[in-house]
Each structure stands twice: as C-alpha cells, then as structure tokens.
Design a protein around this ligand. Structure first.
Ligand code: AHR
Length: 535
C-alpha cells in the first residue's frame, strides 16, 4: 500500500471531517481549528542555554573588548545581532554542571582582579585559558548580553557548593534598587545602577547527577532552605530540579518522590517551574554527529519523539499533586547528544557538527512543545553556540549559522501565538532503525494563530519520498493568501560550515489555496513553515 492509499484508509474512519475538495491529490491532511483560540504558546519555549564549557563562552560569545572581531563590549557582535533577530526570549546561564561550582562574586568587579578558578569542565577549555576559568565573562557581561539581545536572564543558582545566603545575596545584588542596600550599591559601583530585575531562577542543576547526587527528599529539604526566605525584590519564578526525562520510564520516580516530599505536611514549597532535561542521547551508540545513514536518521528522530512521552508521563504525576497546575515544565536542557563528533576547534568540548537531521529533530520537538502549550512554559536548547545541538558555530573570526538556527527562525511566528489544535492524518513510516524496525508518524505538525494570521509548521521525516499535505482550515474562516519557506537538502548529513555557510538554508515553498484548504508538497527530509492569512 502506498502512502496515498494508506491515508485514504486512515481517513475512511474519520466521520467528522468534511469531504475535501482537492486541487492536488494529497498524501496527508492536517485539519486546523483556529477558533476558539487555544492556549498561548509561551515565547519562552524558544529559549536558550549557555554554559562555561568548551568554546561556548570563550571564543564563542566572549571575544574581549580588544579583539579585532566585531564586538559589543567584548561580546561577539554577530552572535548578539542574530539572537536579537531571532527574538531570543531568555538565556539560561552559567550552567549546567558548571553552575554548581560557580560563585557569582568571582565574576564581578574589575576583570583584571577576578580570580582564576577551577571548574567542572576545566580541563576541556580552549587552550588559551590553560585549563582555568578566568571569570572575564561574569554577571555584568551576561546582563550586557541579555540587554543586547532582548533575552530575559534565567540564572542557575549553585546548590551543591553554594549556600542559601549566597543565593539570596545574588538575588539582592541583581534586583535591589541602588541606594537601598549595600549589595545594590556595589552593583551600581560595578557599572549597573539600574537593577537587573532577574525573574527566572533555577535552584540546583541535575541534583540527581553532577549537582550533588542526592535523593529527592534531601533535595526538597535544601530547596525549602533556599526558597523560603527570599529577598523582597520582584516576584521570582523559581525552578526546581525535576526528572531526567530521557531515562527509562521518563524518570517519573523522581517527580513522584519530589512532589511527595514537597507536600510533606509543611505546606507546599514555593515552586513555579519543574525543570526536566531531555537529551536524545546517542552516547551509548556509535552514531556520529556528522554522518547519517537512513537507519541512523530514523533512530535519532524516533528517540527524540520520546520527549512527548516524558512530558505526558511526568505531567500525569504533577496533575495528581498539583491539580490546578501552578507548576509547569521548564525543559531547560534538550537536544541531540552524539557519541562522536569531529572536532570543530581545539578545546571545544562537546561541540558537534549540526546537520539537517538535527534541524528536523528540532522541528519535531517544537511541534510537540507547541501542542503541549498548556504544560510547557519554557524550554532551553542545549546549547546555543559551539556545543551540542547548537544554532551557531564560531571560532576566532569565523562564524556560521547551523540548520538548527533556521528552524528557530522559521518557528518564530509561533512565539506568543495561540495554539490552533491540528488533527494530523498521515500514514506511518515503517522503517529500519539501528537495531531492527520502528514505526514513526509520517508527518509532524503544529499550528497557531495571531490575529488573522495562521502559522502551520510541517515536517516530512521520510528520507525516501516527498509528501503532499492538504492543510484544511475548520470553521468559518478561509485561507485567502499564503506564503512559506522550506528547509531541506539532498544529503541527510548536510551542514553549514565556515567555508560553506549557506549549504542548508530555507527557500520559498509553493502553496496552492482553494476553498478551505492550502496544499503544499514537502520534499523528502524537510521542514516547512506556512503563513496563511485568514478571512
Ligand atoms: O549540556 C551539557 C551538560 O549536560 C550540562 O552541563 C549538564 O546539566 C547536562 O548533563
């Protein structure tokens, strides 16, 4: 049975759908309901994460004020400009595992007087740093980056080797008005009179791993100490360490134990967000970041799709303890993590080649986040530059945007828009993966509205065949005009390099509009973003 006849069979049982008036024979259909408007897709879903690791900060973001590379107060200008262009909603810093060894006072005051410190990732930094953290990029430099890009700061506080006092002082230093307390005056003396107004704070990172190796009950006791006597500046959005979502069973045991101990007879702890980390983790395999066979391609996408199960499994636990859902997910690390990667530059620990496969994986993740807009408040790609699953690679005066960057760009219209539920009808793909056969959805999609503009994103994961998709708009509105872009390449492992920066980039896609539907043909291994004007 080919894709088209399988779709016909799949559609036969869907009585609720009106008979389509087709101008192009479609292999798949997406029925979008723009009204009534659904949940807001939090713009923070399209967030970022940077850590003092390999070439992320030094060489990647921080080039120094005296550099010949164009910079804004030491920050690589092209990076800041691109992040601003993307509308980067937030930026998580300084880690990661690094955060639980970081003391914020080491990164303030005159740069020449800042200490050189040992760090979690110390031995794998660019050679010029001699294995030590110079603290040139500290809090004020991070806040400069946030101002340049428009991103909201999300600070990861040190639980494992810090203290509640160090945390509270950090909040006061950031947020108290100058003239009110000594810490605020110190901030002003260091160049920033205006408070930073940091709202998002994480308390501990991966405390089940590099952040202390502790159990959920002990963590909750510490979390209460950190979060109960908060300085009176602003309304902090506090994020607790949640599950390692890619673990077997979605790590619901952690979430269950955490919420169980949070109730604990002493009242609910102060908690706005529950962090979840989900890596599409290929370190136990031989899959390399720069190569792809069809089996590897499908294996990566299939594994990535497990994030939806992790969201649903952990949400079910949260629903039991927090039925009114005061706490939502902050998926503050996600991305593909390969076992092997060609080196991008010396000392760029964890830097990977980012290919079309990672772009397709990104689009499928974003469709899932969008579709669960009621559950996911924030997500942060790991990590934005020179690392795993990055949007940018930079080394000295060379700089390139990866295919993942283009997906962030194409999905930008979803940020802050209202979810439009989408019924997807497409034949599954039955494919070979690394160890046997697997079934994957033949199409990924999500949709949102902003006023009369409907955005529909579509991914064809097949490496064999294109797919013609009919996007039908349910209700009284009709698509009147449309435009769109598509990202694809003939090679599964296509990447943008310093020498060929535009090898993978979006191109316009043709859209046929007729009656209540828009029809597009997606090439194999492609992602499309459509914008339809409704009237
Ligand atoms: O992103 C790299 C590392 O992955 C982070 O430091 C840590 O939180 C996670 O294990």
């Amino acid at each position: 049975m080919n894709r088209r006849s399988m779709l016909k069979a799949a559609c036969a049982g869907v009585a609720a759908l009106a008979a389509p008036r087709r101008t192009l024979a479609a292999d798949a259909q997406v029925e979008v309901s723009p009204s009534p408007a659904g949940a807001e897709i939090s713009p923070h879903i399209y967030g970022h994460f940077i850590e003092h690791l390999g070439g992320v900060i030094y060489d990647g973001i921080w080039v120094g004020q005296d550099s010949k590379i164009a910079n804004a107060g030491g920050i690589r200008k092209q990076f800041a400009d691109d992040m601003k262009q993307l509308g980067a909603p937030n930026l998580r810093w300084p880690g990661g595992c690094f955060a639980d060894g970081y003391h914020w006072r080491d990164g303030i005051g005159p740069a020449a007087k800042r200490p050189r410190t040992a760090t979690y990732w110390g031995r794998q930094l660019p050679p010029a740093l001699n294995g030590g953290e110079p603290n040139w990029f500290g809090l004020h430099e991070f806040m400069r980056l946030c101002r340049l890009t428009g991103a909201a700061p999300y600070l990861a506080a040190n639980l494992a080797s810090g203290s509640p006092q160090e945390f509270h002082d950090w909040i006061t230093y950031c947020n108290a008005p100058a003239g009110s307390v000594s810490l605020a005056d110190e901030r002003a003396a260091n160049g920033d009179r205006e408070p930073f107004n940091v709202q998002y704070w994480g308390i501990g990172n991966e405390v089940w791993g590099c952040g202390g190796n502790i159990n959920p009950g002990d963590y909750m006791s510490m979390y209460r100490l950190f979060s109960s006597q908060m300085p009176p500046y602003g309304q902090p959005y506090l994020v607790a360490c949640g599950p390692r979502g890619h673990s077997p069973g979605s790590d619901v045991a952690w979430t269950t134990a955490l919420f169980e101990s949070m109730q604990g007879g002493r009242g609910r702890a102060r908690l706005s967000g529950l962090s979840m980390h989900f890596y599409t983790d290929f370190r136990p395999t031989s899959v390399s970041s720069g190569e792809s066979t069809p089996q590897q391609w499908y294996a990566v996408l299939k594994e990535g799709l497990r994030i939806e199960t992790a969201i649903l499994d952990n949400w079910a636990v949260m629903s039991k303890y927090d039925p009114s859902h005061r706490t939502r997910f902050v998926i503050d690390e996600w991305g593909v993590w390969y076992s092997r990667s060609p080196q991008i530059a010396p000392g760029f620990n964890l830097a990977q080649v980012v290919t079309l496969r990672d772009a397709v994986h990104t689009a499928m993740h974003f469709d899932i986040f969008n579709r669960h807009a009621d559950k996911v408040f924030m997500a942060n790609v790991a990590q934005t530059i020179n690392c795993l699953h990055s949007l940018f690679l930079a080394h000295e005066d060379r700089y390139v945007r990866t295919p993942v960057y283009h997906i962030f760009e194409m999905y930008k219209p979803h940020m802050g828009a209202k979810l439009a539920p989408a019924k997807i009808q497409a034949a599954d793909l039955n494919v070979a993966v690394l160890n046997g056969q697997a079934t994957l959805p033949g199409l990924s999609a999500s949709a949102s509205t902003r006023g009369d503009l409907l955005t529909v994103t579509l991914t064809n994961p097949s490496v064999d065949a294109g797919v013609t998709v009919r996007v039908r708009v349910a209700g009284s509105m009709r698509p009147s005009e449309g435009r769109g872009t598509v990202l694809t390449h003939a090679a599964m492992n296509a990447a943008n390099t310093f020498d060929q920066p535009d090898e993978v980039k979006p191109a316009p896609i043709g859209i046929t509009i007729s009656g209540d539907a828009a029809t597009v043909t997606l090439p194999k291994q492609s992602v499309a973003a459509l914008q339809l004007r409704l009237a």
